[in-house]
Design a protein around this ligand. Structure first.
Ligand code: TYM
Length: 332
């Protein structure tokens, strides 16, 4: 059976991008079709300036939202990365396979290190090695597929390289995984700056729809979305990124192709209103379920405890095999 692994980093409140690019597919498809594991990758949240209490709060919130969105612990494994030591254990071995040049070439490293420098902060070494830990997340489980948004494609490509290199040098240990992306909304853009990804850790929040936003906040953000001065509605990602983003969001909500939807609206105002209605309806059940689950933290904690035990049992044999393969003496 195909095995799937993916994760979300608790660096901010989850956004519509996280939902349309990743989480919704985990719920609607992956957990039904494969042996699936989903984690809150909290160790990754320590790679940039962070507030310990906030990371803890956001980790619990992310797990609660994953369940509220419909991940079913009877069908898949939901856990927190730091609860399973195998991730950090394997990450070190992979650091001995990776070279620094390939880390420095990562787009996200370039962007985030530049941001840290311009804020006068040091660039944490863990930001450079971030993709190695992500590779460990995936390879420890011998995952075949990694369902992610477009922005993670380069990291999964690197994961493939590291798996192949390790297998070649030390004997076949890892499965070489592949990324899968949704057909539309693989990169939801910021509503205020449609050339930039809608990112949960961005400081300017007017262009970001959060999964827990109230309906009127969603409608307001969409009403104010930046488009262009062209008349009418047409789907052209290059020339009309703002309009294209709205069409893709609507397409992802309704299942209709963006090109088709463009024909149905003659003005930006009507399009924005339709997107607002579709997004509010899409998120309504999730918000309601989140409110219920938030009142039952014992349930969420129980899911995470059991999830970590299951994840550990899957990861340990592979990580132990990697330790042996690379030349470490097994404990007597
Ligand atoms: P993160 O936490 O930034 O995002 C979680 C998932 O949401 C997708 N995503 C988007 N999709 C479409 N449009 C957007 N605007 C958008 N923003 C985010 C991401 O592609 C991702 O699928 N490095 C990863 C977390 C990670 C991971 C892993 C993922 C760590 N280890 C192992 C898969 C497997 C990250 O920062 O995702």
């Amino acid at each position: 059976m195909t095995r799937i692994l993916s994760g979300i980093k608790p660096t901010g409140h989850l956004t519509l991008g996280n939902y349309l690019g990743a989480l919704r597919r985990w719920v609607d498809e992956d957990q039904h079709q494969a042996e699936a594991l989903f984690c809150v990758v909290d160790l990754h949240a320590l790679t940039v300036e962070h507030d310990p209490a906030r990371v803890r709060r956001l980790s619990r919130q992310a797990a609660t939202l994953m369940l509220a969105a419909g991940l079913d612990p009877a069908r898949c494994t939901v856990f927190v990365q730091s609860h399973v030591d195998e991730h950090a254990r394997l990450s070190y071995l992979l650091e001995c396979v990776a070279v620094d040049g390939e880390m420095r070439r990562m787009i996200q490293y370039k962007e985030k290190s530049a941001r840290a420098r311009s804020a006068g902060q040091g660039v944490r070494l863990s930001l450079l090695t971030y993709p190695v830990l992500m590779a460990a997340d995936i390879l420890a489980y011998r995952a075949d597929e990694v369902p992610v948004g477009d922005d993670q494609a380069q990291h999964v490509e690197l994961t493939r390289d590291l798996a192949e290199r390790f297998n070649q040098r030390y004997g076949r240990t890892f499965v070489v995984p592949k990324a899968t992306h949704p057909a539309v909304a693989a990169r939801v853009m910021d509503l205020q700056n449609p050339l930039d990804k809608m990112g949960k850790s961005h400081e300017a929040t007017a262009g970001i729809i959060y999964l827990l936003d109230e309906p009127d906040a969603i409608a307001r953000k969409l009403r104010r979305a930046v488009t262009d001065s062209e008349p009418g509605v047409s789907y052209d990602r290059e020339a009309r990124p703002g309009v294209a983003n709205l069409l893709e969001i609507l397409s992802s909500c309704t299942g209709e192709l963006p090109e088709k939807l463009a024909e149905a609206y003659d003005g930006g105002g009507a399009l924005k209103a339709a997107v607002a209605e579709a997004v509010v309806e899409l998120l309504r059940p999730l918000r309601a379920r989140h409110a219920e689950l938030s009142a039952d933290q014992g349930f969420v904690d129980g899911v995470l405890r059991e999830g970590a035990a299951r994840a550990r049992a899957v990861a340990r044999p592979t990580v132990d095999a990697a330790y042996a393969a690379i030349g470490l003496l097994p404990p007597a």
